[in-house]
Design a protein around this ligand. Sequence first.
Ligand code: S3P
Length: 170
Amino acid sequence: MANNNIILTGFMGSGKTTLGLRLSYRLRLPFLDTDNLIVQKAGMSIPEIFETQGEAAFRQMETELLKELRERTGRYIISTGGGTPLREENREALKQLGTVVLFRVSPEEVWNRIGKDKNRPLLQCDDPQQRIRDLLAERTPKYEAAADLIIDVDGKEFAEVLQILEDNFS
Ligand code: S3P
């Protein structure tokens, strides 16, 4: 794969998939979503992978997928899972694949957007609100370390974020 892809990173609910699809349409570049590619390969949903194989196996699938993406040709918009930049080797792989964008989001905004979403196994616990705060506190330095461009998305409409992306990538 070429090294000039546009990689979208950020916490669950930060808008990676929605904005990635819209940007793909605007820039006329194909769209890939790492979660979807993993689901296709595994033949089961993300909650099923977590339940039957565990989080560690899912993390390994993410790392392997990033290696495979390097073999593809063409330029893509790539939306990643919220945990993809956590491993150092993944951060390096992301940087090699292209320009890494971080959608930075507050715990309150995440809670409003996806707090009750059953498709996020990490949030199926007694206190998902606290879980979001803890995960974000732990992950933010890693997200920022991987990012070439940081966009604060709290309080912004998708159209506004899309415009920032277009200004940077057109
Ligand atoms: C995860 C985020 C999810 C998915 C999995 C784990 C995480 O992706 O990869 O549930 O660790 O934050 P989204 O960010 O697309 O929800």
